[in-house]
Ligand binder design. Structure first.
Ligand code: NCD
Ligand code: ZN
Length: 420
């Protein structure tokens, strides 16, 4: 038994000041003056539904030098997450039942949170060719289908994949990037890339594929979830397709909401990720898209790489940054404390909004629900230090950033999986 005492609970009716009693994995009582079992003082702290991240790279099996399911899941717990979707750019690929079973055995053994693997769309996850993965047979074991890291090249391949996804009632989780339109770019194409003479990726490489996939989703009725949106026109397109009844949802990452290409240090590949940091105009559109509901949720796109890989320079280093351990503090400090977004809104976009669009159980703090809870200190200032990360990946542009919103405790089904 655990009593969370004296905290401010984000309940389904907004913030309330009460105690929470947890027993046998469940929330059993929310009331004043509870003093049972282990008492955890949450004075001046908030008690909220734990986070769900629909976009995480844990790199195992295949790339364990970058991250493992053990370390990645511990990093997620430290960031307040109790459930994540795992991306498919691993080896062997999650493209058939045998490989999915193999991956799920590692998850069962090592993951301290609920990690759900995605299956690939194309057989080898390259997005090329017309061969699809064993989409139907793996359906019961995956959160959806994705070739994340790659766009699906041919329209007919995506069309066939969507028809199967619709039939088995699973989402297509779509990394949108038209590979013909990248031109060897490594950062967003715009004034900043030109001024610094760094090859740019045109924003339309994203919007072209978003538009095509939205048209295919409207035609097939499949749930299309667009990954890591970064461009104003992407949001305009998604807003339009939502308005005509397309089953389309999307996510945005904390770095795309809080940094622009002007913030890039071109000597530091920890500012290099896919899609790249975009312009001020794009960031404003992403924030407005989140506020007006066009963007459904926030996903970290946690993409760990080794320090050696990230010291190869902006041209040669791989794309990607870690995000699980910095997401909430960065969002809280830059968007809530500054008055741009409300705390309740951000907490919802990190948790129950994700549950809603993917038809998962919610993490509401109500009697009878599983105790999936995060306790957060909003008052104490702290500094993000990559050397404190539990993740194997230290590749963050936020090293040294002064923040508020430190995660103190993460609880999954009544069990403490992280404690500061
Ligand atoms: C991802 C990775 O490293 O796996 N990188 C990234 O910059 N987001 C792949 C991807 O999503 O493009
Ligand atoms: Zn991606």
């Amino acid at each position: 038994m655990i009593t969370l005492k004296n905290g401010r609970i984000l309940s389904t009716d907004g913030f309330i000041e009460k105690d929470v009693l947890i027993e046998n994995g469940k929330i059993v009582k929310i009331d004043n003056n509870i003093n049972q079992g282990r008492i955890i003082d949450c004075k001046n702290k908030i008690i909220a539904p734990s986070f769900i991240d629909p976009h995480v790279h844990m790199r195992e099996p295949g790339f364990e030098a970058k991250e493992t399911i053990k370390q990645g899941s511990l990093a997620a717990a430290k960031g307040g997450y109790t459930k994540v979707f795992l991306m498919p750019n691993i080896n062997p690929k999650p493209n058939n039942l045998e490989n999915i079973n193999y991956i799920n055995d590692i998850i069962k053994r090592d993951s301290v949170i609920d990690s759900i693997q995605s299956g690939t769309i194309t057989l080898n996850q390259s997005g090329l060719g017309n061969d699809l993965s064993d989409m139907e047979s793996i359906a019961p074991y995956v959160c959806g289908y994705s070739d994340d890291g790659n766009g699906v090249y041919t329209s007919s391949t995506m069309y066939e994949a969507m028809k199967i996804a619709k039939k088995v009632n699973k989402p297509i989780i779509s990394h949108c990037e038209d590979r013909d339109m990248l031109f060897g770019g490594v950062i967003h194409e715009g004034e900043f890339s030109k001024k610094n003479n760094v090859p740019g990726i045109p924003g339309i490489s994203e919007t072209l594929e978003v538009a095509r996939n939205a048209i295919l989703a409207l035609e097939t009725g499949c749930h299309l979830h667009i990954c890591h949106t970064s461009i104003k026109e992407t949001i305009d397109i998604i807003r339009y397709f939502k308005s005509v009844g397309c089953n389309i949802t999307c996510e945005v990452s904390p770095h795309h909401l809080t940094l622009t290409d002007e913030d890039i240090d071109i000597n530091d590949a920890n500012y290099k990720m896919n899609p790249p940091l975009s312009s001020k105009k794009d960031v404003e559109a992403l924030i407005n898209g989140l506020i007006d509901g066009t963007i459904d949720c926030i996903a970290t796109d946690h993409a760990p790489h080794t320090e050696e890989e990230k010291t190869r320079g902006i041209l040669k280093a791989p794309f990607g940054i870690v995000g699980l351990e910095t997401a909430f503090p960065v969002l809280y400090t830059d968007l809530v404390k500054t008055g741009i977004l409300s705390l309740e809104f951000v907490l919802d976009k990190l948790s129950n909004s994700v549950a809603k669009i993917f038809k998962l159980d919610n993490n509401n703090i109500v009697v009878g629900n599983d105790a999936n809870i995060v306790v957060i200190d909003l008052e104490k200032e702290f500094e993000i230090n990559k050397n404190d990360f539990v993740s194997k990946g230290k590749n963050t542009p936020y090293h040294g950033k002064k923040c508020y919103g430190q995660i103190n405790l993460t609880i999954l089904r009544g069990e403490i999986i992280y404690e500061l």
